[in-house]
Design a binder for this molecule. Sequence first.
Ligand code: ADP
Ligand code: ASP
Ligand code: MG
Length: 467
Amino acid sequence: MTTLIMKFGGTSVGSPAAFRQAADIVSGQARKGKGVVVVVSAMSGVTDSLTHAVLTAAAGDGDRYLDTCIELRRRHVEVVEELIREQQLRAALTTAIDDEIDEFRELCASVRVLGEATSRVMDVAVARGERLSARVLASLLRQEQIRSEAVDAREVIFTDATFQNANPIAEVTRERIGSRLTPLLAADAVPVVTGFIGATADGETTTLGRGGSDYTAAILGDGLDADAVWIFTDVDGVMTADPSTVPGARVIPVISYAEVGELAYFGAKVLHPRTIRPVIEREIPLWVKNTFAPHLPGTRIVRQSENTHGTVKAVTVIKDLSMVTVAGRGMIGVPGIAGRTFDAVAREKTSVLMISQASSEQSICFVIPTQRADAVVRTLEEEMAREIVRRDIDRIWAMNDIVIVTAVGAGMRGTPGISARLFGALGRAEINVIAIAQGSSECSTSLVIDAVDATAAVRCIHKEVIL
Ligand code: ADP
Ligand code: ASP
Ligand code: MG
C-alpha cells in the first residue's frame, strides 16, 4: 500500500473553513485507498499565544493568561460548533477543549506564583495547541466516514531532554512508530498525529523547536518508509523569496534538498531546517503544497537538482542579528584563538550562523542572534582576558542591527562572476556589504548587510533570480 504523510501547518487549520479544506484533502487521498498519516500543527497563532501567556504569568501578570484561555476556547469551540454535526461528538470535543484549557489556566497560575517559567514548563504549556487541533481534525474525518484516531506524539516521538528544541532518538522512535502507527494503517485508519511535540524516556513533554511540525512529518516519513511526504501550507510552494516581502516571488517547481536546506537554514520559514535530513537519507519524495489550492503542483524537493548553470534560484533573509568581531594585531602569532573563540560561543549555547574573514586578517567575525550578543561578548572578554592585557587582542565588540541576505542556487557553484553580479546589483542600489561568506554546501552566498537595507537588498538580488 502507498503510504503518504500529509502535514498541515497552522494556517491550514487556522479557521473552520481551513479545517474543512484540510479534512477534504485527507479524505480524498484516503478514499483512493492510500495509507495516510496526518501530522497537524496548532491553529495559527495558538503556539504564540500560549507562549506569551506563560511568559506574562511568569512576569506576574494575572490577567493576560485568563484572556488567552477565553480566546483559545472561543477559537476551538467555534470550529467544533461550525463543523461537527453530531451532538455527542461535539460534547466530547468541547469537554476535551475545556480540560486542556483548564489545565493550562492552572499551570499559568502556578507559574505566576513561582515567578518563573522554565523551558520544561514551557513545553508542557505549549504542547496542547497541537493536541487540540489533532482531536478536532480526527473527529472531522470520522464525521466524513473515514476511520481516524488522534495520536499524541508523546507516544511516538522519543527525544532527549533538550526542552524547547529536543532531538529525537531515532531507534526508539522508529520502534514506537511501528507499534503505534503501523497497526492503525493496517486497519485502514488515518492517524492524526500532533506535530511539534515529543516526550523523553521519563515521559516528560518536549517540543522540537518552533516550526517543528515539519520535522515530525519527516521523522514519520522516515520511520514508516513512506512513499511521499506532503507539507501543506498557505503558499503555493517554496518560492523565489518570501512572498510577504517580495511581491514578485514565484513558485520554484523543483529544488534540491541542499538548496532548500540552505533556504530553510537562512530563514525561509516555509520548511523547518531539520526536516530535510530524515527524508533525504531515504530519498523519500517531499512536496510543499498549498492547502487552499491543492490542485497546483507545488514544489517538489529532489535529491539532486538539474543544474541550471550560474543561476540564483531564491533569496532569503534572517533578521535581528549581530556581528561579533575579535580583533587585534597580535592575534596572528597566537595559536588557537579561533578555536577558543568558538568554544566560548558554544559554552554560551549560541549557534553561529555565519563566519567570515573580514577585510583584515587580524580579526575573526561571526554572526549570531542579537539577543545572545551581550552574553557572548562578555564570555569572550573573560576567555581572552590575558590576550587583552597583553594587547594581542585589541577589542571584542558586537555590531547590532544587521541581517544576512542569502542567495541560493546549486548552479552558483563554481560559476565565475556570480559574486560580481550580486555585488554589482547591490552597488547600483548603493547598498553596502559588510561581510560575505560562501555556504558550506556551496550552493549559497551570504551577505551581511545593514538592517535598514534588508528589504531593498532582497528585492535587488531577487531580480537576479532565474528559474
Ligand atoms: P505553516 O504554518 O504551514 O508551517 P509557516 O508560516 O511556517 O507555515 O511557513 C509558510 C510561510 O513561510 C509563508 O506564508 C511565507 O510567508 C513564508 N516564507 C518565507 N520564505 C518563503 C519562501 N522562500 N517560500 C515560501 N514561503 C516562504
Ligand atoms: N505550532 C508550532 C509552532 O508554531 C509548530 C509548527 O507550527 O510547526 O511553532
Ligand atoms: Mg511552519
